[in-house]
Ligand binder design. Sequence first.
Ligand code: PEP
Ligand code: MN
Length: 337
Amino acid sequence: MIVVMQPNATPDQVEHMVDRVRAMGLQPHLIRGSERTVVACVGDERFKAPEQLAVGAGVEKVIPVLARYKIASRETKPETTVIPLGSGSLGGAAVGLIAGPCAVEDRVQLLETAHAVKEAGAIALRGGAFKPRTDPYAFQGLAEEGLEYLAEAREATGLAVVTEVMGTGQVPVVARYADVLQIGTRNMQNFLLLAAVGETARPVLLKRGMSATLEELLLASEYILSRGNKQVILCERGIRTFERATRATFPVAAVPALKQMTHLPVIADPSHATGRADLVEAVSRAAIAAGADGLILEVHPNPENALVDGAQSMTPEAFARLVTACRKVAEAVGRTL
Ligand code: PEP
Ligand code: MN
């Protein structure tokens, strides 16, 4: 259930309700919206009496939250959460672009890509230093050396850095260098990892598991949110189906469906969803038309020689064209880019 405070409730009254909720054996989560503050109550509510909370000073009403993902639900917070990122943000009127190579391969490759995507309009740089590879003999990433290049690229361009963390043991080192911690599709239900990033102060980019439902994605986000980290970005990266023409299947309806279910910003990853550079722009336009708050895209200065995901990596020139095309779509649906 959520305790909705009156718009003019005092800090003392809010504090009192937080204590009351805790005394009832529930975990209180304060969510401050632009209009009012609510206290989301997490825990087994079966034996708790909402009437006892409803009479508190400064309380407007107590309402049950029907969704199992209590903190992520739009019922708890009607307005979309805005997460600042680099020179922009995700979740506001502007569509934000995160771009860069699949993997950090070397210093020159990364810096060249960073300057190019910044120039074209990206607000953040992506690039894996720890790569989750299906084949254990394939390139696994540069590890901390890659993180150092990412930090240097941020310094040089002002782009925020988004990079993947694969296991709990890597959380401290990745959080030291990165602005956003990415959880990959293969780890969406690694609950210990979700809890560990939930303890950090870094925003988390949570990718949908390739065979997870949207409810499972939101319950995964709840593991992060309930640890106190309220900055979660959800990413639709394509799901596994019988189709073989594309690497995954991009379910465009997931974008507006998630936007209805949650206040968290929702972005799309057309690179992994299609696996084909020639389809990335069209799917990017579709995602923005469907209401995505941003995109994460793979860009490589020389896709032919990419160590990872070359087939789906765009050249910097193709990325610049994509930005121009997507800007028109963003404007057509009342956004900016
Ligand atoms: C990636 O972003 O490079 C990546 C490995 O993505 P996913 O987890 O969606 O496969
Ligand atoms: Mn990739």
